[in-house]
Design a protein around this ligand. Structure first.
Ligand code: CP3
Length: 347
């Protein structure tokens, strides 16, 4: 039975061309997504309706024949399941009733986490059953630091001053929040694997805010702890780490004892990554999402440049961050074709 190119690559097998999928491959750039999305007002209700979540999970796989699907959900379902108020405002992104005092941590509880997130696990089981055997299904979660960013700021932010000042001034209480989130994320990922996810990705989208010692403490260490706790329950499941915008501190995330692959953002040079990271760990990335908006010759040239640097080693083609809303879907088809037609240059 074929495990599929994506999982085989994580397991160390090499193919003439790398597997390809895209972060945020399901979303508003697809008209068929907008059609299903329009049937539910609240974004969280949409995430918690398994039939709709499955449909939009499958859409990009049907259209583009990608090597992996990622379950349609959001990182903020975890704070929602812990009892924090979370909602999404049209055109403004996520809103949360912010945590302003450690005393409020007491209101958060893991007791109903799994019950609350049952629709996500149901969607995973349905999606796994509907996908072709050779297409991998990814589960995911936000890493504790990125979740804490939204939970303390109450939304996105320009400088994330509140969360950083809390971490720097009151590391003990910040540590309690990080630990609660780490334990919750382990449970959430373990249930996704039990429902049928073949691999999982941890998104630390705001890791790049932290200087290196703080990065080690609040991003890397909890992510390693999560991966190892998950492995204790599911030894075979690959974990992909995406610490966004950490620059050369990506060196710290070369941890094959925890992660099967490291997802690199656009700010990391493919040449440097091939020399410093790839000998130690499978890489995923890192086309600029704006190149996918641009399309045409510029996009193809850039995709081939990345392939020339990284596709000789253990590699999964992806973007450096999520697909942008203004992306023409035809450009995604062109990108997938460019990856599948790549041949190593003889130079
Ligand atoms: O296709 C996929 O990648 C699966 C689904 C997915 C979503 N969010 C759906 C979504 C995944 C993996 C995420 C992860 C996520 N969510 C992250 C980490 C990755 C990253 O982008 O850095 C973060 C930080 C969030 C939090 C979040 N959710 C934000 C900031 C927003 C607003 C952004 C926007 O484009 O409006 C969301 C909403 C959201 N999550 C949408 C989608 C498709 C758009 C809302 C809609 O369709 O109504």
């Amino acid at each position: 039975m074929s495990a599929g190119k994506f999982l085989a690559t994580l397991g160390g097998t090499r193919f003439p061309t790398p597997p390809v999928w895209l972060m945020r491959q399901a979303g508003r750039y697809l008209p068929e997504y907008r059609a299903v999305r329009a049937t539910t007002r609240s974004f969280l209700d949409f995430c918690y309706t398994p039939e709709k979540a499955v449909e939009v999970t499958l859409q990009p796989v049907r259209r583009f024949g990608l090597d992996a699907a990622i379950i349609f959900s959001d990182i903020l379902v975890v704070p929602d399941a812990l009892g924090q108020k979370v909602w999404f405002e049209e055109g403004e992104g996520p809103k949360l009733e912010p945590l302003t005092d450690p005393a409020q941590f007491g209101r958060l509880s893991r007791v109903r986490l799994i019950e609350h997130l049952a629709p996500v696990y149901r969607a995973i089981a349905l999606a796994r059953a509907a996908l072709p055997q050779e297409t991998a299904l990814l589960g995911f979660a936000g890493a504790p630091f990125t979740l804490a960013c939204y939970m303390i700021e109450g939304s996105g932010s320009r400088d994330f001053a509140k969360v950083k000042l809390w971490a720097y001034r009151h590391p003990d209480s910040f540590g309690l929040l990080i630990d609660l989130l780490a334990e919750s994320v382990v449970d959430h990922l373990a249930y996704q694997v039990e429902a049928g996810a073949d691999a999982v990705q941890l998104f630390d989208s705001w890791a790049g805010l932290l200087p290196e010692e703080q990065l080690f403490r609040w991003s890397l260490e909890p992510m390693v702890r999560i991966a190892q706790a998950l492995k204790a329950r599911h030894p075979m499941v690959p974990v992909i780490a995406f610490p966004r915008a950490v620059g050369p501190a990506a060196l710290m995330y070369r941890r094959p004892d925890a992660f099967a692959a490291l997802s690199i953002d656009t700010g990391i040079g493919a040449h440097w990554a091939a020399q410093e990271l790839q000998p130690h760990i499978c890489l995923q990335g890192n086309l600029d999402p704006m190149m996918l908006v641009a399309g045409g010759a510029a996009m193809k040239r850039e995709a081939r440049r990345i392939l020339d640097k990284l596709a000789h080693g253990s590699f999964i083609f992806n973007l450096g961050h999520g697909v942008l809303q203004q992306t023409p879907p035809e450009h995604v088809a062109e990108l997938v074709e460019t990856v599948r037609q790549w041949t190593p240059s003889l130079a």
